[in-house]
Design a protein around this ligand. Structure first.
Ligand SMILES: Cc1cc2nc3c(=O)[nH]c(=O)nc-3n(C[C@H](O)[C@H](O)[C@H](O)COP(=O)(O)O)c2cc1C
Ligand code: SF4
Ligand code: SF4
Length: 353
């Protein structure tokens, strides 16, 4: 079967990005196609594209570049792929997901795909697209809620390596070589898939409630305007994060005042209350007044943890947002957030056009 993409009359690369990594990869691919006189158009999946206007034909090559979130493709990407029209098995596509690359001493360490490539590939196959290449790209990790942003020297070195890999990926596509680099980690990816599902259906909603703005905020509204999924609205003169948030880290990195924090101590306290203490206390009481068996006890505790946990986190976020109006509380939250300290760097990704 001919896999070459040289004859593609139109190349469209769709990207979603939080901090620029996936967009940079899309730009490198565009540059590589340009070397051979093929012009690729870039489209942002977050800019409400009309699927009807996509004009996908047999001689169109489609590419998708996006970050990995919670061992999966971000929901906005999955929704986008799900809406694509069916084809006749002739339209070629490639997938490239950026992951959390790191560098320890001189060793580059990879991120983990989970379902980030398999699921989009399955969706595309179901719609009869021909996946001619899929590979992960270990760009610098941007998850600064859990670790400080990488040093610029490290970022530059990882980005340089990734550029080389992306250009090679493009060369192989152009030469008609099927690229299955995304399959190398399949055993680990399958093992981790339950966590990916847990994140998709539950975890990400909890994470969207781990952003808050301190009194360093000057209400410039840049975070609100730049959020790719409109997840931020101003409430009582402060940004408020809705469940739409994809935790892409754009707002936290883009805030000129460095006002956006992950309130680590508050979050730890609320999560402990929500997922451990309260369900246990309720069950202890229920155990005394009814005839629960040990097995029922455990099953109900798990259920309570999920349901109560979600409700408590939602309620606690509203409380947090209200209490942030008080100076003393605001300061307490700021000083107990690791992200508040200068040593906890923000992530500065590669420059994108
Ligand atoms: C909420 C969140 C979850 C993430 N989950 C994963 C993951 O499961 N596996 C991984 O390798 N990288 C993960 N990352 C890292 C990003 O995928 C990676 O840094 C990516 O290059 C960011 O691309 P972007 O700048 O285009 O948004 C995660 C990052 C965030 C913010
Ligand atoms: S970008 Fe920062 S300063 Fe501006 S409104 Fe958002 S949190 Fe406040
Ligand atoms: S609110 Fe911030 S982290 Fe969430 S999707 Fe918008 S820009 Fe990304």
């Amino acid at each position: 079967m001919d896999n070459s993409v040289q004859d593609a009359k139109s190349i469209k690369i769709y990207y979603f990005t939080g901090t620029g990594n996936a967009k940079k990869a899309a730009e490198w691919l565009k540059d590589s196609f340009a070397i051979d006189g093929q012009e690729a158009e870039l489209y942002n999946m977050a800019s409400r594209l009309s699927i009807e206007d996509m004009n996908v034909g047999e001689s169109t090559l489609l590419g998708f570049c996006y970050p990995t979130h919670g061992f999966n493709a971000p929901p906005i990407v999955l929704r986008f792929l799900w809406q694509l029209p069916k084809t006749n098995n002739k339209t070629k596509v490639f997938l490239l997901n950026t992951r959390a690359g790191m560098k320890m001493s001189k060793i580059f360490t990879p991120g983990i795909n989970g379902l980030a490539l398999i699921l989009p590939a399955i969706i595309l196959r179901m719609k009869a697209y021909r996946v001619v290449g899929y590979r992960p790209l270990d760009m610098p990790s941007n998850w600064i809620s859990v670790h400080p942003g990488l040093r610029q020297k490290v970022v530059k070195s990882i980005v340089k390596r990734c550029k080389y890999m992306t250009m090679r990926f493009a060369d192989k596509l152009k030469a008609g070589v099927q690229v299955n680099r995304g399959l190398y980690d399949l055993p680990i990816d399958i093992l981790i898939s339950p966590i990916a599902m847990g994140y998709y259906f539950y975890g990400r909603f909890m994470l969207s409630k781990t952003f808050i703005a301190t009194d360093a905020c000057n209400e410039c509204r840049i975070c609100e305007k730049e959020c790719p999924v409109d997840a931020i609205s101003m409430k009582n003169g402060m940004p408020y994060w809705s469940y739409n948030c994809e935790s892409c880290m754009h707002c936290m990195n883009a805030c000129p005042q460095r006002a956006i924090e992950t309130p680590h101590a508050y979050t730890a306290l609320v999560w402990w209350l929500a997922f451990s203490l309260l369900p246990l206390l309720i069950l202890k009481y229920a155990f005394q007044v009814s005839a629960f068996t040990e097995i029922q006890h455990e099953a109900i505790q798990k259920l309570l943890q999920f349901v109560l946990g979600g409700l408590i986190i939602f309620g606690a976020y509203k409380v947090l947002h209200t209490l942030m109006k008080f100076k003393a509380f605001n300061k307490l939250v700021a000083y107990t957030s690791l992200t508040h300290y200068k040593s906890w760097r923000r992530y500065k990704g590669p420059d994108v056009k």
